[in-house]
Design a protein around this ligand. Structure first.
Ligand SMILES: Nc1ncnc2c1ncn2[C@@H]1O[C@H](COP(=O)(O)OP(=O)(O)O)[C@@H](O)[C@H]1O
Ligand SMILES: Nc1ccn([C@H]2C[C@H](O)[C@@H](COP(=O)(O)OP(=O)(O)O)O2)c(=O)n1
Length: 655
């Protein structure tokens, strides 16, 4: 199996010229072929699916030429009936070509066989065939009822002027019927049974039919009438917009990797529904700017999870499912049942691959809930012969992890140059050392955690409370009856801790333990286990894995000296012992714990002494750390000082 290894990436910024839209390209090709007159089609998408349509039209006797090496084509319309009356067509896995050609060929008087790749033969078409039969179409199933391959004979048009079609399986059925209706020469009303999914795709169909001279009367989303006597006429020349679904990967890259990333070829004037992907990204916290023919995405901080209905943008919604890996909290994608009958069962495929990266995924008949892992795991992604799986999972590399994409050429279906385009806007980090770290070390209750969390929020960085890992080890030891001096057993425990950090809370073995962790008893236990070299080694790589784009703020005792010696900014944050005891006292009282000030001062001094005296990674100010004495500082002042130190260093570097 061919694969493509994507190195860990840190940033995304740049501009992409989008390839043409697949949906628009294939509709325009069929309309140009059926129309009276010659059509100049500009900027057609170059992909497997458009090639399938071009080849099929050639087989049907339609003359078209490509202008040199460009993506501009000239199509000579046949004025309603294909000259070739007998043909066998191979339509690959191109749903847009298969469904619309089935409808057109069923009504234009010839004998045709339509086949696809095995997956195409698993994608239902029964609803479309049933609707066409109401008009008198003669269609037989060659293998299984309701599925391709199909055999089509000349229609014996009935008196029927009304047909019904189910709206909740694929909107391509309605598109096929609408595109083919004018071929009957009579007035046809198409009634939609049930809810119509993916409505924006119907808007594209109606819009393009209008460009080719056929007006459809519409009664909401329930009934569509194509009045008698209308024929398709070439608009002369027509331009294919950039693909809004393809835009989603680059916009998401801008939102995940900082940006700005700009796509050109679609914008506020677009007729494609997927342009609304930008709104979903905005809801997740990205900054979006838009012009008539461009969209730009960037992000200051971390994205956050959303709960939304994605029925209107089913394709681009896949990109949201992957962007969810980079969001705080869970993301719920509702009303995406149509994913089950696309290039693959996309709900199942998406859930399977997201889990490989460490995400928690809940999968339903028509929904997906994605909860990101604390830390992405490198993984090999299977792509299921589905271009969108390959494209959206490339974004994972922006999390600073390596990903292998199996069968990367499946992107040729809609975007042959995808990986080159993606590489042109992303920056590699061979080592994660390009990702900035702010290390805040200092004694207990000096305010490290409070200050570090606020600095992380201000910069949109990740936050690691390294002390929590030692506290969790102590708590796990207590729960499992492991003695606090059994170094080997404690190290084993530390290595395998099942922990989750989310929204300021901490879970151990699936149970929320944030409050229990902060008790002085666990703090003292933590100080003891932290003195054991094997425990510190066991936790070393776990801590380093938190270094993810766009940056990390971390607090502890040895963040600047041992764990992140190359940190951009190192702070030693302290306060007098009395002030620290006071702070801890207030903190514990506010949380409803009992506390005694003089005991606290004593315990704190003992802990300082133990943390400072131990042989490995003792607590002390490193030579390269900036001392921040906070006894007389407010929290805001302390935060501002750390930010100023970081920014001074950044601008010093840039100069
Ligand atoms: N500069 C400061 N001035 C006053 N109180 C502070 C300051 N910094 C932190 N605190 C308070 O001190 C308490 C202990 O801070 P915490 O962040 O838990 O310390 P650490 O992580 O160093 O143990 C918190 O209740 C916090 O609000
Ligand atoms: N990077 C670190 C972080 C904490 N520790 C030890 C030292 C402390 O006594 C315990 C608990 O750390 P934590 O930062 O949560 O404790 P305080 O909030 O400062 O009281 O773990 C360490 O040795 N190295």
């Amino acid at each position: 199996m061919e694969f493509l290894d994507l190195s860990p990436l840190t940033r995304a910024r740049g501009t992409i010229q989008l390839p043409g839209s697949k949906s628009i390209s294939n509709r325009i090709l069929l309309l140009s072929a059926l129309a009276q007159g010659t059509t100049d089609v500009r900027s057609l998408l170059d992909s497997d699916d458009t090639r399938v349509m071009l080849d099929a039209l050639a087989c049907l006797g339609v003359n078209w030429i490509r202008r040199g090496d460009t993506q501009d084509y000239v199509v000579q319309g046949v004025g309603g009936a294909f000259p070739v009356k007998q043909a066998e067509l191979s339509l690959g896995n191109a749903g847009t070509a298969f469904r619309s050609l089935t409808a057109a060929l069923a009504l234009c008087g010839g004998n045709y066989t339509l086949r696809g790749v095995p997956r195409m033969h698993e994608r239902p078409i029964g609803d479309l065939v049933d609707a066409l039969r109401q008009l008198g179409a003669q269609i037989d199933y060659l293998d299984n009822a309701d599925f391709p391959p199909l055999k089509i004979a000349p229609a014996q048009l009935t008196e029927a002027s009304e047909v019904a079609v189910r709206g909740n399986v694929s909107s391509q059925f309605l598109t096929g019927l609408l595109l083919a209706a004018p071929l009957t020469g009579k007035s046809i009303t198409i009634r939609v049974i049930g809810e119509l999914i993916s409505r924006p795709y119907i808007e594209i169909t109606l819009n393009l039919m209008r460009r080719f001279g056929v007006e459809v009367e519409r009664d909401g989303w329930q009934a569509f009438t194509v009045p008698a006597g209308q024929v398709y006429r070439s608009p002369g020349s027509i331009y294919v917009e950039g693909d809004a679904s393809s835009a989603s990967y680059f916009l998401a890259a801008g939102a995940i990797g900082g940006g700005p990333v700009r796509v050109e070829g679609v914008g506020s004037a677009s007729i494609q529904g997927d342009i609304r992907f930008a709104e979903a990204l905005q809801q997740m916290g990205a900054t979006i700017a838009m012009g008539g023919n461009w969209v730009e995405a960037s992000a200051q901080g971390r994205l956050h999870g959303i709960d939304a209905d994605f029925n209107h943008i089913p394709d681009a919604a896949m990109t949201i499912a992957v962007a969810a890996l980079f969001a705080q909290g869970s993301t719920m994608l509702r009303n995406i049942g149509s994913w089950r009958v696309k290039e693959t069962d996309r709900i199942h495929a998406m859930a399977t691959e997201l889990r490989k990266l460490g995400a928690t995924v809940e999968e339903g008949a028509d929904f997906l809930r994605v909860t990101p892992p604390v830390q992405l795991q490198p993984a090999t992604i299977d792509t299921y012969d589905d271009h969108r799986m390959a494209m959206c999972f490339s974004l994972v590399a922006l999390g600073g992890v390596a990903v292998r994409i199996n069968d990367p050429k499946c992107v040729n279906k809609t975007f042959p140059g995808y990986f080159e385009a993606f590489a042109s806007i992303t920056q590699r980090s061979v080592m994660s050392t390009d990702i900035p770290v702010i290390a805040i070390d200092g004694p207990s209750a000096s305010g490290k955690g409070t200050v570090a969390a606020l600095v992380a929020r201000a910069l949109g960085f990740h936050y690691l409370d390294s002390g929590a890992l030692y506290r969790l080890t102590a708590l796990a030891a207590q729960r499992r009856g492991v003695a606090l001096d059994d170094e080997a057993a404690l190290a084993q425990l530390a290595r395998n801790l099942d922990v989750r950090f989310e929204g300021g809370e901490i879970w151990l073995d699936g149970e929320r333990v944030s409050d229990e962790l902060r008790t002085e008893r666990i703090g003292n236990g933590a100080s003891k286990v932290a003195a054991l070299p094997a425990v510190r080694t066991a936790l070393l790589e776990r801590q380093r894995a938190f270094r993810q784009a766009p940056g990390l703020v971390t607090d502890g005792r040895d963040m600047g000296s041992v764990v992140f010696p190359d940190a951009a900014t190192k702070i030693f944050l302290t306060a007098s012992a009395e002030e620290r005891a006071q702070r801890r006292y207030k903190q514990l009282m506010e949380k409803g714990f009992d506390a005694n000030l003089s005991n606290l001062l004593e315990e704190l001094s003992e802990r300082d002494a133990r943390d400072a005296a131990r042989s490995v990674a003792p607590l002390k100010q490193g030579a390269d750390a900036i001392l921040l004495e906070t006894t007389h500082l407010s929290i805001d002042q302390a935060v501002a000082t750390v930010l100023a130190c970081y920014q001074a260093r950044q601008s010093g570097q840039g100069a």
